[in-house]
Design a protein around this ligand. Structure first.
Ligand code: NIG
Ligand code: FE
Length: 413
């Protein structure tokens, strides 16, 4: 008998995201149940076997799922959740014909958020981010990657990363920070991109690494921002400090970011709206996860990434929010799944894997997170839906009623 301090019952389906544990590619257990102990999953199986195999400890928490669906907490592998200011004017300008890149070239875009973020204190950044994180959690995201990149000076980048660390301790969503000092060329270095890259490599990266403020390194590798050669320099320098590469590649132009990700053995290459399929074939061979961000195409009115062509290569596809004030002002991964199915013709199974196990791969966390396998951390969502397909089928509403993080109920009752 396995001891448990959390037992979840009365599920129409338990979606494990482990094919070996149930039916189909998602490993669905009909009328399944789950038990956890000390924040880790200890047992999953049909509820009919629960009493014979699991011994609930005295005072164990019992959750009755009310006939709904249980699934892994979402792992959102790409966000810019920490920022000050907002850009609703740009959103309106785009509706009247201006493009994202025209707005950026005129000094708006990322640089407008940089101005607001530089002017904000670390406390202010934390206060602004807390309600966003509450929304993120309520919609089912239990692990979130979060980037710097709106500071673009050493102290302002450190300030953003410091805010990320404080936020990680203040609320239940687990945060994993990425240093993205090469998100844009700051005004002080206008026309001197190579000099800024020097600055990132020689000053910012060592300062971030010394304080252990980031796990990953990111570069916005695109036309008018950082070239493939500049991105390579920064990502290689990051690797020397143990920061794994996951970066913005081929979002607006096919520069060859996907090929660079393969060459460097990055954890993930993100966006890929314009990537060449042959470069994605190389990513697959190198084990790089393709992180697609349909919310960005949706919000900017751009064509979606050719997900089917990518999937045909066998590459692992993750789906993330890209939550940021300019190109994707939305944190809801249930809606991202709907976009993936209806706009990118991903199957509902592929979409759900994209925001769970494959999101975990895009962050190098697949051994701990992303599926409901005994031994993994118990990050579990309970959704009031008749079956798991409703998660992306009935869209624009929040299906998640309760969230369990590390075995503790942190949202809902
Ligand atoms: O992923 N491409 C660069 N970064 C973001 C946009 C950030 C912003 O506009 O503030 C993106 O689309
Ligand atoms: Fe982004």
């Amino acid at each position: 008998m396995l001891p448990a301090d959390l037992v979840v019952t009365n599920l129409a389906e338990l979606v494990t995201c482990e094919p070996a544990l149930g039916e189909g590619p998602l490993g669905v257990i009909t009328r399944g149940a789950l038990a956890a102990h000390g924040g880790r999953i200890v047992w999953v199986g049909p509820e009919s076997r629960l009493d014979a195999e699991v011994a609930a400890a005295l005072g164990a928490r019992r959750l009755d799922a009310g006939g709904g669906v249980g699934l892994p907490g979402f792992v959102d592998s790409h966000s810019h959740l920490i920022f000050a200011g907002s850009r609703e004017e740009e959103y309106a300008l785009r509706a009247s014909g201006a493009t994202y890149r025209e707005i950026a070239a005129a000094g708006g875009g990322i640089l407008s958020t940089v101005r607001a973020t530089r002017a904000a204190s670390v406390d202010a950044l934390v206060e602004l981010a807390l309600p966003r994180l509450a929304t993120v959690l309520a919609h089912g995201t239990t692990t979130l990657e979060v980037k710097s990149g709106y500071g673009l000076t050493t102290p302002d980048e450190l300030k953003m990363l410091d805010a990320a660390h404080r936020l990680g301790a203040l609320q239940p969503v687990a945060l994993h920070a990425t240093f993205c000092g090469a998100h844009e060329v700051p005004p002080e270095f206008k026309g001197r991109t190579d000099a800024y890259v020097d600055h990132v490599v020689r000053e910012m990266l060592p300062a971030v690494a010394e304080r252990r403020l980031a796990e990953y390194v990111d570069v916005f590798c695109d036309e008018g921002v950082f070239s493939v050669a500049q991105a390579r320099r920064i990502l290689e320098a990051g690797a020397r400090y143990g920061l794994r590469a996951k970066f913005h590649a081929d979002e607006f132009v096919s520069l060859g970011g996907a090929a660079l990700a393969a060459e460097l053995g990055a954890l993930s290459a993100d966006h890929l709206l314009k990537s060449r399929v042959e470069d994605v074939v190389r990513m697959k061979a190198a084990g790089v996860t393709a992180a697609l961000l349909p919310g960005t195409a949706f919000f900017l009115g751009l064509p979606y990434a050719p997900a089917r062509k990518f999937l045909e290569t066998g590459v692992r596809v993750a789906l993330a929010s890209d939550f940021n004030p300019g190109s994707a002002m939305g944190p809801n991964l249930q809606l991202v799944m709907t976009m993936a199915v209806s706009q990118m013709t991903m199957s509902p199974e592929e979409a759900l894997l994209g925001v769970t196990l494959h999101g975990a791969y895009a962050m190098g966390l697949e051994a701990e997170l992303g599926s409901l396998r005994p031994g993994k951390q118990c990050d579990l969502l309970l959704a009031q839906v008749p079956n798991w397909r409703y998660l992306s089928y009935l869209y624009g509403v929040n299906h998640v009623s309760r969230v369990v993080k590390r075995g503790r109920l942190v949202c809902g009752q």
